[in-house]
Design a protein around this ligand. Structure first.
Ligand code: HAM
Length: 421
């Protein structure tokens, strides 16, 4: 074969696409219940949006972005995440004038040039939501509750890890203290972490390297450095979670891979995912709008990978509904095929999902096809049926067979399919 999909990208074929639709439908229903409304932004943005929004020192901006110059020599980037684009759009369209709080969601492809492995792709999909405009700790809890409800609906178990990463008032003092500590164990750190001591010391705590984790066990905790407003906010978020019965683990080492977070940061972890165990993550980002040139605008959000979610559901043996059609018309000769073609058109116009055979196959092959398509009813037409204007119908669930006159056929199918839905 000449061409293959690019490394780290995947086709979603029929069979899979119905599973995706099922999950997307569950997500949309949950968003509806929590009154989050969909936002769609372009797949590419100016590179500077991400560099400034996510942070120059992050892995995403430093090495994972798909960046290119267009013909006008503008540097563009395929979005690696949606928070910066959503805030850009919020500011551009002055959404704050519509209401003090905007609750937005998305289901969309993202692009990151990472090393592909199980659960890590170069084009992947996220669902996510952003509540922009207010700093109520209840919104942090609402976002977490919404994510939790989606996972519950899909029978996915998780551990919720939560932390506060402070804000520009209290973080610098912690950063200094942490850098001092890391300097004392510098020689024992991995090269990656050694580099980060200067540029992004908090991320050293998040290192997956076993040695790094050992030597940083005695690192100072951010939670001991929170200023009063951050401390109060964090306690309030935890109380809201307690009030709605969502279990969490406070993890002072949790640092997200994007620089825009302030105060609350959290991740949903799955025991069923192996190395890439983050189902999703999010947090508060009260300074992002300002960094992008807007007015100070508090906000909180979350995003999660759809591929990982589906991986867990498949591993759990989740029973997805099978795709099916309402009617398959089996035709035995050329005249019947003409009739079936016309009838299929009429039945489809009446709202039924209908298919017919286009390969002039034997009755046996057509019945097999009807089975494969999981047709609820099969209508069989031959010379005799045409002569008597009566169709032979088989209910594929019960096996029951009967004859119905052509004039009554459509109504019969509509009534019975309605009943079996
Ligand atoms: P993130 O942690 O970079 O956060 O990504 C969120 C989730 O996207 C991850 O937990 C993972 O499930 C999925 N994901 C990330 N990279 C890949 C990949 N290469 N292949 C497959 N799945 C992947 C964000 O993107 C933030 N925008 C979340 C957020 C929203 N914070 C506030 N609002």
């Amino acid at each position: 074969m000449a061409f293959k999909s690019v490394k780290g990208t995947r086709d979603i074929l029929p069979g899979d696409s119905e599973r995706w639709q099922f999950v997307e439908h569950a997500i949309r229903q949950a968003m509806r219940r929590f009154n989050y409304r969909e936002i769609r932004t372009p797949v590419f943005e100016e590179t500077a949006l991400f560099a400034r929004g996510i942070g120059e020192d992050t892995d995403i901006v430093g090495k994972e972005m798909y960046t290119f110059l267009d013909k006008g020599k503008t540097s563009l980037t395929l979005r690696p995440e949606m928070t910066a684009p959503v805030v850009r759009s919020y500011l551009q369209h002055n959404l704050q004038h519509q209401s003090p709080l905007q609750k937005l969601f998305y289901i969309a492809p993202m692009f990151r040039q990472e090393r592909p492995q199980a659960g890590r792709l170069r084009q992947f999909h996220q669902f996510g939501m952003e509540a922009i405009g207010l700093d109520s700790p209840r919104l942090d809890a609402e976002i977490i509750a919404l994510a939790a409800q989606i996972y519950h609906t899909l029978d996915i178990s998780f551990t919720l890890k939560i932390n506060s990463v402070g804000d520009p008032v209290c973080r610098p003092a912690y950063r200094d203290e942490l850098q001092g500590f890391l300097a004392s164990v510098f020689d024992d750190l991995s090269p990656d972490s050694q580099r980060r001591v200067e540029t992004n010391p908090l991320r050293v705590l998040d290192s997956k390297d076993h040695g790094d984790r050992e030597v940083t066990k005695g690192a100072p905790s951010i939670l001991d450095f929170l200023c009063e407003p951050c401390r109060l906010h964090f306690d309030d978020v935890l109380q809201q979670l307690d009030a709605i019965g969502i279990a969490y683990v406070v993890d002072a080492r949790l640092v997200r891979g994007l620089d825009y977070y302030t105060k609350t940061a959290f991740e949903f972890i799955s025991g069923d995912l192996g190395a890439q165990d983050a189902l999703g993550g999010g947090g508060r980002y009260d300074n992002l709008a300002e960094q992008l040139g807007g007015k100070p605008t508090p906000a909180v959000g979350f995003a999660a990978g759809l591929e990982r979610l589906l991986m867990v559901m498949e591993q759990n043996g989740f029973v997805f509904p099978e795709p099916e059609i309402d009617v398959f018309l089996v035709a035995l000769d050329e005249q019947s095929r003409k009739w079936a073609f016309k009838e299929s058109y009429a039945l489809r116009a009446a709202g039924l999902a209908v298919d017919i055979d286009y390969a002039d196959r034997s009755i046996k092959a057509q019945m097999r096809e009807a089975n494969r398509q999981r047709a609820r009813f099969v209508v069989i037409i031959g010379e005799e049926e045409l002569a008597t204007e009566t169709a032979s119908i088989k209910n594929m669930q019960s096996g029951e067979q009967l004859n119905i006159s052509f004039v009554e056929l459509q109504q019969f199918l509509m009534d019975n399919i309605e009943k079996s839905r």
